[in-house]
Design a protein around this ligand. Structure first.
Ligand SMILES: [Zn+2]
Length: 331
């Protein structure tokens, strides 16, 4: 059997089975080791002693940016809570949970402090997407960072009561905002997004948004609308964006996506009418790709340098599952 790279150079695309995709990469932001310990959120004495414990840790987040300390072994996003609070004024605090009994917090740093922190030689600030894609921190930090960022962003956007407009107060260790004026309670939200790969046997449908880096193609995606099931949303998004009609929808996996606070619901979709009509307001382009072409894209061996999203994104895993088993992924 020809080596896949040699075959690609010779212009003969390898069969999917001949492409070594390597071990399955880790999905970003998923698989948190934290026990959220929700029963402790209403226990102020516990929370106070937990934050001052010697093994407590806090993530410092300023808007889209995560503060990290430069160390001999790379970047470390986990500070002692008192150390994190000394960095800058803290707008909001959230109890994230317990890591083998050690309390973890998310602290929202005032935006006005960002320039001062960026100027410090012992710190580095980066957005969470870059941190994940470039592997700037140990992977176990990504899920609690996603939790912290999504929660702190929710606080930043829900300072006033949606019912009466009065300022709201953070309670319950950051897991609720109460309105003292009208007594409404506001809970953190996660917005469901369907992200799906339409499949027609050994072909799959990929699209390009104008904001994508050159050469990157991905699954189609969109927000689930009120009154809709996941399956209905997946069929609607594919029909709206690409004109393709789908029947069977098979759930694959999900992923927290803290930009700002979504849950990506990954699916495979069986195409039953395959003619494409691209909605140019949503997509730059959409087309059918063969399984062996997509295998080259996943392996980074496409002759025209076309690529899929990186393993940090669930799209990579949805696409890879189909490349590995073909249309059987719908069973
Ligand atoms: Zn109110």
């Amino acid at each position: 059997m020809k080596d896949p790279a040699t075959a690609a150079r010779a212009g003969a695309a390898p069969e999917p089975g001949a492409v070594d995709l390597g071990p399955k990469p880790r999905l970003g932001y998923a698989g948190s080791a934290l026990d959220r310990a929700a029963d402790r959120r209403l226990d102020p004495a516990f929370l106070q002693s937990a934050e001052s414990a010697a093994d407590a840790g806090a993530y410092a987040v300023a808007g889209d940016l995560v503060v990290m300390r430069k160390g001999a072994h790379g970047l470390d996003p986990l500070f002692a809570p008192a150390e994190a609070r000394a960095l800058a004024p803290v707008d909001e605090a959230v109890f994230l949970g317990l890591d083998e009994g050690r309390a973890r917090f998310g602290l929202g740093i005032a935006a006005a402090a960002v320039d001062g922190l960026k100027a410090r030689s012992d710190l580095q600030l980066a957005d969470l997407r870059s941190i994940a894609v470039q592997g700037l921190v140990a992977p176990e930090h990504l899920p609690p960072l996603a939790e912290a960022k999504a929660m702190l962003q929710w606080h930043a956007r829900h300072r006033f009561c949606a019912n009466c407009g009065a300022p709201t107060l953070s309670v319950c260790a950051g897991w609720k905002r109460d309105c003292p004026a009208c007594k409404a309670e506001h809970f953190p939200r996660t917005d469901p997004v369907v992200i799906m790969l339409a499949i027609d046997g050994d072909l799959c449908l990929l699209g390009r948004q104008t904001r994508f880096v050159p050469g990157m193609w991905s699954c189609l995606a969109g927000f689930v609308e009120p009154g809709e099931t996941i399956e209905e949303a997946a069929r609607r998004e594919i029909r709206e964006e690409a004109g393709v009609i789908c029947g069977r929808i098979k759930y694959f996996a999900s992923q927290p996506w803290p930009f700002p606070m979504s849950l990506m619901i990954g699916c495979h979709a069986e195409a039953i009418a395959t003619e494409i009509t691209v909605d140019r307001s949503e997509l730059e382009d959409a087309r059918w790709f063969s399984r062996r072409e997509v295998a080259q894209m996943l392996a980074g061996r496409h002759p025209e340098k076309l690529a899929t999203p990186p393993p940090v994104a669930i799209a990579h895993h949805i696409i890879r599952a189909w490349v590995e088993v073909g249309a059987d992924v719908l069973r």
